[in-house]
Write a protein that binds this ligand. Structure first.
Ligand SMILES: [Zn+2]
Length: 275
């Protein structure tokens, strides 16, 4: 038979076992509480300072004025004023100057670029947009005023490696051209199903001559539509598909600056259709 003493000790045992098992945790909590109280006391201002700070006075040691300087934001007026006339410039890369990259069989970058550029210009004009077809060093580029400028180039015809395929885009460093760049990148990828080849963007692209010549404030990009070697079938046999990607990209950008009305993106061309 159990004694009364043993019975009374019975509920005490699990509690002590709990204490023993969690000694380090309990010690940690204890130290934490002491540390938090210490931090609280250390950083609490002497009585009265908090009220002075809240009142906005600058006399207290910890006080600071509560007004925050916010840089003025440009106000975008989409509806209050009618948009200026839309005008797009398309540069046919190397045209009027040199041939650009040349393939072993004589195909030149300049003729591939031009084949695309004229189609982009025709497609934009068919949609009612005033579009200029420009040569590489076109005199009209000096101080060119337009809604956007797109220069069309293509990459080397030399076989470099199996990764030398895909397109890339560089925007002007003078005028923010990211919206135009994003639109064309997305539309071009959709239309051609080509990959974006970001790691070979050269200073020739980012510091492109036309970026410095056109009027500041005109968004401008240069697109390398693909490599003449591995992407040649797409660039030469499906030019309407390639041009369609650029056209859709420009249209997407125009749609954005118009305020996103009245434009539904056309479905991407199914892979394999000829052009
Ligand atoms: Zn080129």
């Amino acid at each position: 038979m159990r004694t009364a003493y043993e019975d009374s000790e019975q509920p005490d045992r699990p509690f002590r076992r709990f204490l023993r098992r969690n000694l380090s945790l309990i010690a940690f909590f204890g130290v934490s509480v002491v540390a938090m109280i210490g931090v609280y006391l250390y950083f609490s201002p002497a009585s009265g300072i908090a009220e002075v700070v809240a009142a906005g006075s600058t006399t207290g040691a910890l006080s600071a004025p509560f007004d925050k300087r916010v840089p003025p934001k440009p106000v975008l007026q989409r509806l209050a004023q009618s948009p200026g006339p839309v005008r797009i410039g398309i540069i046919s890369g190397h045209k009027g100057n040199d041939s650009g990259s040349v393939c072993a069989d004589g195909l030149t970058e300049a003729e591939v670029n031009e084949n695309i550029a004229v189609r982009v210009v025709a497609a934009l004009q068919a949609r009612g947009i005033a579009t200029d077809l420009l040569t590489e060093f076109d005199p009209r580029l000096d101080g060119y005023v337009g809604t956007a400028l797109v220069s069309i180039h293509a990459d080397s015809c030399d076989y470099i490696n199996d990764q030398a395929t895909g397109f890339k885009i560089a925007g002007s460093g003078i005028t923010d051209s990211s919206a135009l760049s994003i639109c064309v990148e997305e539309a071009y990828r959709q239309a051609t199903q080509m990959s974006y080849h970001a790691n070979t963007i050269t200073p020739d692209m980012t510091d492109y001559q036309a970026f410095r010549r056109i009027s500041p404030g005109v968004p401008a990009i240069i697109i390398e539509i693909g490599f003449l070697n591995l992407d040649r079938p797409m660039l030469t046999e499906q030019p309407d598909r390639v041009a369609g990607g650029i056209t859709d990209g420009v249209w997407c950008y125009l749609d954005q600056i118009r305020g996103g009305v009245s434009y539904a993106p056309p479905a991407a061309a199914p892979p394999g259709d000829g052009g």
